[in-house]
Design a protein around this ligand. Sequence first.
Ligand code: CO8
Length: 258
Amino acid sequence: TTEPQTILTERRDRVGLITLNRPKALNALNTELMTEVVAAVKEFDADAGIGAIVLTGSQKAFAAGADIKEMSSKTYAEVVGESFFGAWDELSRSRTPIIAAVTGYALGGGCELAMLCDTIIAGENAVFGQPEINLGVIPGIGGSQRLTRAVGKAKAMDMVLTGRQMKVDEAERMGLVSRVVPTDKALDTALEVATTIATKSAIATALAKDAVNRAFESSLTEGVRAERALFYSTFATDDQTEGMAAFVEKREPRFTHR
Ligand code: CO8
């Protein structure tokens, strides 16, 4: 396998860190970067030694969108034929929780990529937006759907139709991000959150993530039923036995992810 050219990857104990690394293009998402991020997430997800993944960019830009220079000359036949950017969908198949650490611009595909992650920790300088309308196109990596689910119809229509940028305080008020921290602390905070998650039972975190995601994929009755079945299934794991025994014995649990 060849070394990735557009990202950096690193393991920190049970946390996998992926850093977008096209600084000259403000981490614009091109096909190569997409392929490398998807491969890195798949590799971490398949690794029993990794319990959480952090995805980040630079202080200036998480990602300033899909690569407009790569896209601009494509024809309809080409984008349809190659299922342009379809591989991004594979990120939502990761069972390992993915945390976005967003500083600077998260625009267009960058905002969509952050929303493909399970939660977003933002620095004070973070800026979100879906500016595709300014280019004569519309969001294409789930933005119209995930932004609407995250912030509701009125805000999503406002953002998608005007293409305006949303500063971090508005994004926090809207529930788009889970925490706002000083810009130079965003990555550290995301790594701390990931480290906390990675100490839990990996089976339980995967089931918990699945259960929360059901809220977006099903009716309330179906979602509650699915949650109950997933909850019951935790009683087939060693980690349930260990977690409850540790509580009763007033000690820290030693999860084996079994
Ligand atoms: N694509 C390609 N290159 C980019 C992009 C981008 N999205 N954004 C920035 N760059 C490049 C610039 O061209 C520039 O390169 P160069 O030095 O060679 O001219 C370099 O990065 C630095 O950018 P700026 O000089 O513009 O930096 P500023 O600090 O002045 O401005 C901004 C920063 C405001 C972020 C500005 O760069 C900007 O507006 N960028 C474009 C934002 C945008 O419109 N993003 C949406 C793109 S469309 C999209 O994401 C659609 C996704 C759906 C596709 C799905 C298909 C199925």
